[in-house]
Design a protein around this ligand. Structure first.
Ligand code: NAD
Ligand code: MG
Length: 361
């Protein structure tokens, strides 16, 4: 088992990464101070792993109740969070209770938001069960729900007391979801960790075969990168935005195709290649660098070409750019080198158009 620490002063917390962590109560119980625990999960994950979590808690003498959400991004709503509050109130849960999230990013985001709000804030623990949630959403304290008018528009910062990333639970995750998590892993390499890119190039096949030691190392290196970025800029005033590499292009794809048709990680993968393409056109990285990124994404089972019908004009509209607005207004995360990203408005409008046209040709 590996232990990392997210350095946020008195809001800091450990991340445990390894196999069979759900069978190690010592990773969970010390981080639950009160007696009452609500475990939130969903209809897919609960039948697989809920029993183990409940056992650890009841063995330690905790009073446990559960709240099982329907599965899906479309249920990441205030209405469903209200249901969580109802469970807490019906259980007469008080201010020193804890909420534990057992599931992917959707369960984690909603549970964290409920924990931030219930009686103005109760303790929260993360037991992420998707690759994406283990390397991304469970670390950093962003929580929230969607609104009909925008994704993740209602939320709060709420850091957990502990993150328990058991890589064994990824065995039941389907291939598409696994690859989507890999996109965010590759992202950390591209943004700030050139050694990690080289390591991924060497280990991607083992990763795809879900070799436990390799997956655990990838999760650990990813969490270390995210933890460092978050520790430096908890509330995203500046450098935390680097984590959005590929996301502006990707967001346009997700919106155009309707959420759910492309997974977020898939859209980010294609978006990262578009960002690499623009970085090359800007003279910052070589064409070979772009090909390296492309090869790695393909080996990770990810798409690298945007939907054929998306035109540059559509892209710009969905990237929230008014066509009349000067290029300088749009800030993108681009690559100065592989492993060195910058947030910049300093790119040519003409070259951006070329990248968008290349994607749709
Ligand atoms: P998800 O939570 O929808 O999980 C994907 C699917 O896998 C679901 O059907 C889920 O039930 C299933 N699943 C989960 N664990 C499983 C397991 N071990 N075995 C089998 N099936 C399993 O999706 P996700 O990719 O984990 O998270 C996406 C969400 O995370 C989005 O809502 C996104 O906005 C959010 N997110 C938040 C942050 C943040 O910083 N808070 C960062 C990135 C993404
Ligand atoms: Mg993302």
């Amino acid at each position: 088992m590996e232990t990392l620490h997210v350095d946020l002063g008195n809001r800091g917390y450990p991340i445990f990464i390894g196999e069979n962590l759900l069978e190690k109560p010592e990773c969970l119980i010390p981080f639950i101070t009160g007696n009452q625990v609500l475990v939130v999960s969903n209809t897919t994950v609960a039948p697989l792993y809920l029993e183990k979590v409940i056992k650890n808690l009841t063995d330690a003498g905790k009073q446990v109740i559960t709240h099982i959400l329907p599965d899906g991004e479309q249920f990441k709503t205030l209405e469903q969070v209200e249901g969580i509050f109802t469970s807490l109130l019906k259980g007469r849960f008080n201010r020193d209770c804890s909420i534990a999230a057992l599931g992917g990013g959707v369960v984690g985001d909603m549970s964290g938001f409920a924990a931030a709000c219930y009686q103005r804030g109760v303790d929260f623990v993360q037991i992420p069960t998707t690759l994406l949630s283990q390397v991304d959403s469970s670390v950093g304290g962003k929580t929230g729900v969607n609104h009909a008018l925008g994704k993740n528009m209602i939320g709060a910062f709420k850091q957990p007391k502990v993150v328990l990333a058991d890589v064994g639970v990824l065995d039941t995750l389907n291939a598409r979801e696994f690859s989507a998590g890999l996109a965010e892993i590759i992202k950390y390499g591209l943004i700030r960790d050139n050694h990690f890119i080289v390591w991924l190039e060497t280990n991607i096949e083992k990763m795809m075969m879900r070799d436990k030691a390799v997956v655990a190392e990838a999760v650990s290196r990813s969490c270390r990168n995210k933890a460092e970025v978050v520790a430096a800029d908890e509330f995203e005033t500046d450098q935390r935005a680097l984590l959005n590499l590929g996301h502006t292009f990707g967001h346009a794809i997700e919106t155009s195709e309707g959420y759910g048709s492309w997974l977020h990680g898939e859209a980010v993968a294609t978006g990262m290649l578009m960002a690499a393409d623009l970085s090359w056109r800007s003279g910052w990285i070589s064409q070979e660098d772009v090909l390296r990124v492309r090869r790695l994404l393909l080996r990770a089972g990810l798409p690298v070409v945007p939907p054929v019908h998306m035109t540059p004009a559509q892209f710009l509209e969905l990237m929230a750019v008014d066509k009349k607005v000067q290029a300088g207004k749009l800030r993108l995360v681009l690559l100065k080198a592989l492993g060195d990203a910058v947030i910049t408005a300093d790119f040519s409008w003409e070259l951006l158009q070329q990248t968008l046209a290349a994607g749709s040709s």
